[in-house]
Design a protein around this ligand. Structure first.
Ligand code: SF4
Length: 502
């Protein structure tokens, strides 16, 4: 049985995590720990690049952060007081080690390493143009386009050349760039993905600067959270201090609302707000919007736990851990030859019959993507003796894919793209189904000014022109179609039109 079949993880998948250190004698060790705290943002590969002031040293490998950097001698080969790291779940390019980051180049701007969280929506178009002009690509990752545009910029200083390169690109990027003596942290003008600045005292009494995707990485190091990198801001950190450069014209902010629903850790502060506060609020609002007479509230662990806690608090229905998750699932598994009903989902979850039997259950999760796993879980809860099963989802129906750095199935695979909540309820075999409304989701993250991207719930995309080719395979192992998306001329903020080329 393949890993995707086995793990049955019917979620949008996180993209990448980045962590950087400037001015600490143990920079690579700190990056290792930072990546460890950001492991939930990508588990396929990881890498660290360090600088001792003259040379860049790199180590990248497939696997999780601990297994890569606990190998004897690996961190010792990454000396210096500057380092950046990256943990990856591929969103563009295939999963090979070739695409692991940070990418390191030696070009006319010197030795440079890049770690990128996000997805460039016009990367395929730029790649074609650059190849036509003679550029030779080493990877099929969209990040390499930045490298080639950087090398081609006529601007001699790196901050200017980076600005030149990034102003030609569209989409999502929270980017770390390391040279032998400087660290840059850059966030795209719409601010899709998070990026934060922190500070840590060094043994010498100086402050080291830290950059991370999420603040939970600072907590592990006892570092202080200073602030967000603003959308459209480039921080240049050198021995002269920190310089803030606004490298791009302002654009309406489009921070990923799904970071608050699911991706980010609840102990992080994302886009200036506690993720835990958002999750509690959205599940309280869910309980107000979709009340039901029931005996217990049961989360689908682990991701549904915060939402179920909020639902239980608001509804005053007792919270019970009626499903237990096995955290030790390996990457492959041999199914017994005699078929076991719901074998895959049972490997991951098991119901506690003594809690569920005879009860009216509110089953809470944070999203439904394809619906197939949710259906198996509903059946499992019924098989454990539940009298009724009422499914509650702490976000709106997910109707459209993400093109901004998140691994999503195709539109056709998203159950809510072509089915009403009533149809989905029937498919799940539930007694009732309730999704949080978009207005309540915005209320939960305090989005009074429309600062958040909600495209996967609306099908309306914020970028004026989106062109991308998804190469390789999607998370189902199926070959992805090449997709070209354009906004209809003169349609302003209206929906984009999707053209598919097989
Ligand atoms: Fe986040 Fe959805 Fe927007 Fe992607 S489309 S950036 S997942 S809100």
């Amino acid at each position: 049985m393949s890993a995707p079949d086995l793990i049955l993880d019917d979620h949008f998948h996180d993209h990448c995590g980045v962590f950087g250190v400037f001015g600490h004698p143990e920079a690579a060790n700190l990056v290792y720990l930072g990546l460890y705290a950001l492991q939930h943002r990508g588990q396929e590969s990881a890498g660290i690049v360090s600088s001792d002031g003259t040379e860049l040293q790199v180590h990248r490998a497939m696997g999780e952060v601990e297994e890569i950097f606990q190998q004897p001698g690996v961190l010792a080969k990454l000396p210096g007081s500057l380092a950046i790291g990256h943990t990856r779940y591929s969103t563009a390019g295939d999963k090979a080690l070739l695409n692991a980051q940070p990418i390191v180049i030696d070009c006319n701007k010197g030795k440079v390493a890049l770690g990128h969280n996000g997805n460039l929506t016009n990367a395929a178009e730029w790649r074609r143009k650059l190849e036509h002009r003679g550029s030779i690509f080493q990877t099929n990752s969209d990040t390499e386009v930045i490298v080639h545009l950087l090398a081609r910029s006529q601007t001699r200083n790196l901050s200017g050349a980076l600005g030149d390169a990034l102003n030609q690109l569209e989409g999502a990027y929270s980017l770390l760039v390391l040279t032998t003596d400087e660290l840059y942290a850059v966030r795209d003008p719409r601010g899709f993905r998070p990026l934060v600045l922190g500070k840590l005292s060094t043994p010498g009494g100086y402050a080291a600067w830290l950059i991370a995707s999420e603040t939970c990485a600072f907590d592990l190091l006892n570092a202080q959270y200073v602030r967000e990198i603003a959308p459209g801001e480039m921080l240049r950190i050198s021995k002269c201090g920190i310089e803030s450069i606004h490298f791009a014209p302002e654009k309406p902010h489009q921070q990923c609302i799904f970071e608050h629903v699911y991706f980010s850790r609840p102990d992080s502060i994302i886009f200036g707000r506690s993720v835990n506060q958002s999750r509690e609020m959205l599940s309280r609002l869910l309980a107000r919007e979709h009340p039901v007479e029931a005996d217990i509230v049961v989360p689908v662990p682990d991701s549904g736990v915060p939402a179920a806690v909020g639902y239980a608090l608001e509804s005053k229905i007792p919270f019970r851990m009626g499903l237990i998750r096995n955290h030790y699932i390996g990457r492959t598994f041999i199914e017994p030859s005699q078929a076991i009903r719901n074998f895959g989902v049972k490997l991951k979850l098991n119901p506690v019959r003594s809690l569920i039997e005879g009860q009216r259950v509110v089953l809470v999760d944070d999203s439904i993507v394809r619906g197939t796993t949710s259906r198996k879980i509903v059946r499992m809860v019924r098989d454990a003796g539940a009298k009724e099963v009422h499914v509650r989802i702490s976000c709106p129906p997910t109707i459209s894919p993400c093109y901004y750095g998140v691994d999503t199935p195709t539109r056709e695979e998203l159950i809510a793209s072509s089915n009403s909540p009533e149809d989905i309820c029937k498919f799940l075999g539930a007694d009732s189904l309730g999704y949080l409304s978009l207005s309540s989701l915005k209320q939960a993250v305090v989005d009074t000014e429309g600062r958040f991207c909600t495209s996967c719930y609306t099908g309306v995309y914020p970028t004026d022109l989106v062109q991308l080719e998804v190469r390789g395979s999607n998370s189902n192992g199926k070959q992805e179609a090449s997709v070209t998306m354009e906004r209809e001329p003169g349609s302003g903020e209206g929906p984009v039109v999707v053209h598919r080329e097989s």
